[in-house]
Design a binder for this molecule. Structure first.
Ligand SMILES: Nc1nc2c(c(=O)[nH]1)N[C@H]1C(S)=C(S)[C@@H](COP(=O)(O)OP(=O)(O)OC[C@H]3O[C@@H](n4cnc5c(=O)[nH]c(N)nc54)[C@H](O)[C@@H]3O)O[C@H]1N2
Ligand SMILES: Nc1nc2c(c(=O)[nH]1)N[C@H]1C(S)=C(S)[C@@H](COP(=O)(O)OP(=O)(O)OC[C@H]3O[C@@H](n4cnc5c(=O)[nH]c(N)nc54)[C@H](O)[C@@H]3O)O[C@H]1N2
Ligand SMILES: [Mo]
Length: 765
């Protein structure tokens, strides 16, 4: 605790005027009309539209403006006046655009027309929708179903997603990987393994009742800023917050609510974390082991003195398995190993452990800092161990809270976008649609990318996303992507994946959730599911960016009609005309989750789909919650070595994944560039570098393959020794496709082994 200060580099609290200024900057660049304010006022409210940014839940009792800095940026980014029309291609070729930055590509504006890539001229050309569907259908019919992948990024609503999964299965494949394969697959696999739930267990009311939040590798200030409001409320009623993060993230330090006039005028900030522990990247297994050790020692002392037990014995006996070997391991662990592997002191861990014991109800929050590691599922299991010791799952004010990414990433999985057949009620699909669903598992992202590189995957349909930029081994991915027979991208803006067109390549531009979606029965609403498993309706009211756009659902139906044999049960036109019919199908397929779906979709705060672990029903193999004895003390797959660093790939406050809004990471004080590497002063000195020097990061992964990223400026930042940081997606050239979580195959993007060398030009300059 010694050197934690509320305002580490004088950068000011999260929220507040900085947040309004940051929104206004995007306004200056691309905000079209004052009508946007009207749109923002409807964001995340019943009868309005659900944010296109992250999956943080929408409260029943909403604020006047229920959006955050980054949700507003995401909305305005979509509502830009700029248009990337067919004329754009009169002046540019695809080869030339490869030299453009991600930011500049998306700044060209909303895509307006369906386009086909023309190899002769190296440009995209305007086509009609009929031509696009017809030719895509013909190519898909020619290809083998195993060689085609139907990817989705978590944007599209439940209705389009359900039909997309149906299209893939009737076509003959379960190749339905999703963006969550790169983030919370660790949760789907790891949390499911230990508590039988692939998603978090808490609901909104738990946030209001908890006594303590333990944060592991999740950054609410940037990635789920509306979370800062319940955190601020919790602090006001005396709840404690303990944070484990190698980087000091401003949103976890202090917050000024832009929704609160008093706070805004006085600059009154709420201190968020009571204790901030700068764990090493990959050091959480040991850190959590330390916390468990404090709990077990306190319990042993309670037994010896005959006082009240610290473990929740009743809960453990009735609901869990595996305590004995785990507790033996904990007793046997020694503090010097824990300190070395976590980078934290025994004293600091004891203090955090005491906070954990003192709290009656605890919520464990986590994000990519736990999931994107070679032992990510072990990280998740360790957090669950800690929670189970005191019965902190399935009880009011307590539980496990993985904070999801894309706005509908969780929901897409719920309605069938999944490569694993065991997750899908195939018999129901068979009965509803009169076809034989494929019974072999499909491919997750890592295997799909490897299949591409090996030439086995020949076509990718992308419902959103920018996979070329999002996956490891980006350079090889560019070549492999362009070698495909067919690439189809359903997109809103131009991105790098469009610049590596397959032999036949299409861009199909779609409406976004803020826009009207007029079909045969009028303006359609769609639904999404948030991180707390609540389903909310969303209605767009804005005039579409172009009259040539189609909805995601209509595009899916268009491809399906052109590809699949006719079948009277597949009523693509009827479904496109009236999305409530699709909701009926979802309800018929998943009756327990979607009871009275059409009637309940506009309930304030959304309707709750339910969660068995929340009710202490454990759908694990053991039918109990499982204690996991760790097989190692860190979450990485390599040894430390002199000159080898653990690279965290970071998100700035000015991006949404591969969409780069701008070059201001104001919370970390980095302005005007993303080409930086953050290191602590001692590491800079030990390596013989100086601040401002230009360096190259070189992969030090065990396969020995050469991967590098040059031209990064060294910036001094308060980090643990041996842990360095640089931005995603730029760093994806450095990661290896084989570097992933052992069980879930989530790419390990938070501790990439690298070396650092000085750039020659910089040395001689
Ligand atoms: N504005 C904005 N919002 C977003 C996104 C965005 O890019 N921009 N992306 C969306 C998506 S798809 C997702 S999945 C989520 C991602 O949201 P988060 O889960 O918050 O993801 P990151 O920012 O990648 O990393 C989270 C934190 O982990 C810390 N960390 C890194 N390594 C370790 C470690 O070994 N241990 C611990 N304890 N901490 C570590 C990092 O310092 C960082 O603060 O956000 C969603 N929301
Ligand atoms: N090194 C490293 N790599 C990472 C990560 C990391 O932390 N570090 N994070 C990983 C994570 S968590 C994720 S989720 C992935 C993200 O991977 P993806 O989901 O594939 O990428 P995005 O950047 O979210 O996709 C952006 C594109 O989506 C399109 N789009 C935007 N809105 C819509 C819409 O409403 N509909 C449709 N159809 N298209 C739309 C736009 O054309 C835009 O260019 O990256 C992963 N990669
Ligand atoms: Mo994500």
């Amino acid at each position: 605790m010694a050197d934690y200060v509320s305002n580490p580099d004088g950068k000011g609290p999260a929220g507040g005027w900085g947040s309004l200024k940051s929104i206004a900057r995007i306004y200056g660049e691309s905000w079209p009309t004052p009508a946007v304010l009207e749109t923002l006022a409807r964001q995340n409210k019943p009868g309005g539209f659900m944010c296109v940014s992250c999956a943080w839940p929408k409260p029943k009792n909403y604020h006047p403006f229920e959006f955050c800095e980054n949700g507003a940026k995401a909305t305005m980014w979509e509502l830009t006046n700029a248009r990337c029309t067919p004329d754009f291609w009169n002046d540019h070729t695809v080869s030339e655009l490869r030299n453009w930055k991600d930011h500049d590509l998306e700044m060209t504006g909303r895509l307006t027309h369906p386009m086909r890539f023309d190899h002769a001229t190296d440009r995209y050309l305007e086509v009609t929708w009929d031509e696009a569907f017809d030719r895509i259908g013909r190519t898909l019919k020619r290809l083998h179903h195993d060689s085609v992948v139907f990817y989705s990024s978590g944007h599209a609503g439940l209705e389009a997603s359900y039909l997309y999964a149906l299209l893939a299965r009737v076509y003959g494949t379960n190749n339905l990987p999703q963006s969550s394969n790169m983030c919370h697959e660790t949760t789907s696999v790891g949390l499911n393994k230990v508590i039988g739930s692939p998603v978090g267990t808490i609901v909104w009311e738990d946030l209001e009742k908890t006594d303590a939040f333990f944060f592991f590798g999740q950054n609410p200030g940037t990635n789920s800023p509306r979370f800062l409001h319940p955190l601020q409320d919790a602090k006001k009623r005396g709840a404690k917050i303990v944070t484990f993060n190698p980087v000091i993230e401003q949103g976890l330090v202090s917050f000024v609510s832009p929704q609160n006039p008093f706070d805004m005028v006085t600059g009154h900030e709420t201190k968020i974390s009571d204790q901030y522990l700068q764990v090493k990247a990959g050091g959480d297994v040991a850190a959590i082991l330390g916390l468990c050790k404090v709990v077990v020692e306190a319990d042993d002392a309670a037994i010896a003195s005959g006082s009240k037990r610290v473990l929740d014995v009743e809960f453990i006996t009735e609901h869990t398995t595996g305590l004995e070997p785990f507790i033996t391991f904990v007793r046997g662990a020694n503090w010097s190993d824990i300190e070395r592997e976590s980078g934290l002191s025994e004293a600091d861990l004891r203090e955090a452990g005491e906070t954990y014991i003192a709290a009656e109800r605890v919520i464990g929050v986590y994000g990519m800092g736990l999931t994107q590691h070679a032992q990510g599922t072990l990280n998740v299991a360790m957090l669950v161990n800690l929670l189970l010791l005191r019965g902190n799952i399935g009880r009011e004010g307590a539980g496990c809270c993985p904070v999801r990414g894309h706005s509908n990433v969780q929901g897409q999985r719920t309605v069938g976008i999944a490569e694993k057949t065991k997750l899908i009620p195939m018999e129901k699909l068979k009965a509803l649609f009169d076809f034989d669903p494929p019974m072999e598992d499909g491919t997750p992202i890592v295997d799909a990318v490897k299949g591409l590189m090996a030439g086995k995957i020949k076509a990718f349909i992308s419902l959103g996303g920018n996979l070329v930029r999002a996956v490891p081994d980006q350079k090889d991915m560019e070549t492999a992507w362009a070698n495909q027979d067919l690439t189809v991208m359903v997109s809103t803006k131009l991105n790098r994946s469009h610049l590596f067109p397959g032999k036949e390549a299409w861009i199909l531009p779609c409406l976004t959730r803020t826009e009207q979606d007029i079909q045969a029965t009028g303006n359609q609403s769609v639904t999404t599911e948030d991180s707390f498993s609540h389903i909310s309706g969303s209605i767009g009211k804005r005039t579409p960016a172009s009259k040539h756009l189609k909805s995601e659902l209509a595009i899916v139906a268009g491809i399906a009609k052109a590809t699949l044999a006719s079948n009277p049960k597949l009523k693509w036109d009827d479904w496109t005309g009236d999305y409530s019919l699709v909701r009926d199908l979802i309800e018929a397929t998943y009756p327990k989750d979607f009871r009275d779906y059409n009637a309940r979709m506009f309930e304030p705060g959304g309707f709750y789909r339910g969660n068995d672990a929340h009710d202490r029903i454990w759908n694990t193999e053991e039918k109990k919650a499982v204690f996991t004895t760790p097989h190692r003390l860190n979450a990485i797959s390599f040894e430390d070595a002199p000159g080898r660093f653990r690279l965290i790939t970071m998100r700035s406050n000015d991006q949404f994944n591969t969409t780069i809004y701008g070059y201001s990471d104001r919370f970390r004080g980095i302005e005007g560039t993303r080409d930086v590497v953050l290191m602590c002063e001692d590491d800079i000195a030990a390596a013989g570098f100086s601040e401002g020097q230009s360096v190259t990061l070189v992969s030090d992964f065990s396969d020995g393959k050469h991967r590098q990223l040059s031209g990064l400026t060294v910036v001094s930042h308060k980090l643990p020794r041996g842990t360095i940081g640089a931005y995603y997606p730029e760093c994806n050239v450095l990661n290896a496709i084989d570097h992933h979580d052992e069980l879930s195959k989530t790419p390990a993007a938070k501790a990439i082994p690298v070396r650092i060398v000085a750039d020659v030009s910089a040395v001689s300059a």
